[in-house]
Every structure is written in structure tokens, then in C-alpha cells.
Write a new protein. Structure first.
Length: 250
């Protein structure tokens, strides 16, 4: 499939005689990627750090918000609308404010990432905590299980597959959040590199940075997916069988 896309890409350039500043060839992108490899790796490291920290903190805050809304029901009446509102405001609209508040360093990019993935994690975990099978609840009540033991040993494990789905979505969103923050205001990172390359009409370098981001995003997703499948073997989520190239249900 990848080879087919590369052939199609090269064919489009040849057929329409597109200059490199419009659409470079795959070979040109590969060449600039090799020539600027140290620069791309340096900028990638910054984006990776922003993404990973934002993913971890956003996931933790999302889980904490879901637990708060479950334990303190009155808070859910005003906290959940705030969570929803955080997603209705375009990220580009608040990203400049985050740069003003947190500066041009990685803090504003981490904040942008947290805001973007906070909702899917909170919503997924909150829904999961309300989907405990009725038979499990009846069994726990019959055996006189204490509330905290019921919550820790039954309710949370039952909600983990839902949380896993939210974390998978968050993993995809996290690199986007970091790049958006870098586009708004940054002095380093892949987003900053792409903006500068675009301003100088170095489209081949911009494509090289973009493909580096894609490779990192795919690697991060499959890593998180593998960890979640190992940690939650009872989940009923579809997974990708890399050996057979098919989708199956464990």
C-alpha cells in the first residue's frame, strides 16, 4: 500500500510537471530528510516530549474529573458542562491565550494538548463507570461488599475497557495538540520547523517533518494500544493483528 501511494505521488508530479515548491517528489523528500536529519531529530524530540507529557497529564486529569463526577454527583451538574464547553471552543482560538499565559516554551504546548484530549478521556471513563453490569452489582450487594471495595474491585475494572477507548483517541489527538500549540507560537518543535519551511518555500523539508510526525504518531498509537491490551485482557475492543493484517476481536 505504501509503495502504491509513493508510485501515485511520483506519477502525479511527472504527469502534471509540478515544481518542487508545489509538490516535491518522494526522492526529494527522502534526500532532504537525510540531509537535515539532525535538525529534524532535534525538533522531533521537543514535540515528542510535549506530546508525552500532555498525554500523561491529560489522561490523569481526565480520570480524576470522571471520578469526582461519580463520587460527588452535585459537582457533575456543573463540571460536565465545563468539560463539554472546553471542546466547543476552537483550539486555535484559545491557543494564543495559552502562549500569553504560559510563554513560548513547552508549557503552553502541553496545556494545549491537555485541553484537546481532556474530554475524550473524561467522557469515556465517566460512561464506563456507569456501565457496570447489573448482575455484578446485585452480587456485590448480596455479599455485603463495602462501597470502596465494590468500586475498586468491580466498578473500575468494568470501566477500564471504556477508558482504554478514550485513551486510544487521546493518543491520536495528543500530537495534534502539540503541533497546534507550536503553530500558534513556538521557537522549536516540528510545528515550528514546518512553519519556517513553508515560509521559505522549502516544501520538501516540510513534507519530511510531516512524515516524521506521522511515523511518531503511528508508533505511539500502536505502543499504547499494545500496552492497553496487555493491561486489560478482558476488554472487548477490536485490535490489529500485525501478522495477518486483519482486524479481529480478542
Amino acid at each position: 500500500m505504501v509503495i502504491g501511494l509513493l508510485v501515485l505521488w511520483q506519477s502525479i508530479v511527472w504527469i502534471f510537471q509540478l515544481p518542487s515548491y508545489i509538490l516535491p517528489t518522494p526522492w526529494q523528500v527522502l534526500q532532504i530528510g537525510y540531509q537535515q536529519f539532525p535538525l529534524i531529530m532535534h525538533e522531533s524530540f521537543i514535540t515528542i516530549i510535549e506530546t508525552l507529557i500532555g498525554l500523561v497529564l491529560g489522561s490523569v486529569f481526565g480520570c480524576m474529573a470522571a471520578l469526582v463526577m461519580v463520587f460527588f454527583r452535585p459537582l457533575a451538574l456543573w463540571l460536565f458542562p465545563i468539560v463539554v464547553i472546553s471542546q466547543t471552543i476552537p483550539t486555535f482560538a484559545i491557543a494564543p491565550l495559552l502562549v500569553i499565559w504560559f510563554g513560548y516554551g513547552i508549557a503552553s504546548k502541553i496545556a494545549t494538548t491537555i485541553i484537546m484530549l481532556f474530554f475524550p478521556v473524561t467522557s469515556a471513563f465517566f460512561d464506563g463507570l456507569h456501565q457496570t453490569p447489573a448482575a455484578w452489582i446485585d452480587l456485590a450487594n448480596t455479599m455485603g461488599a463495602k462501597k470502596w471495595r465494590f468500586f475498586y474491585y468491580i466498578r473500575i475494572p468494568a470501566a477500564l475497557p471504556y477508558l482504554a477507548s478514550g485513551l486510544r483517541i487521546a493518543t491520536v489527538i495528543a500530537p495534534i495538540g502539540a503541533i497546534v500549540g507550536e503553530w500558534v507560537g513556538a521557537s522549536q518543535g516540528l510545528g515550528f520547523l514546518m512553519l519556517n519551511a513553508n515560509a521559505r518555500m522549502e516544501i520538501d523539508l516540510m513534507f519530511a517533518a510531516l512524515f516524521t510526525l506521522m511515523l511518531f504518531s503511528l508508533s505511539l498509537y500502536f505502543l499504547v494500544d499494545s500496552l492497553l491490551q496487555s493491561a486489560i485482557p478482558w476488554q472487548k475492543a477490536t485490535s490489529f493483528n500485525a501478522h495477518s493484517g486483519s482486524i479481529h476481536k480478542p
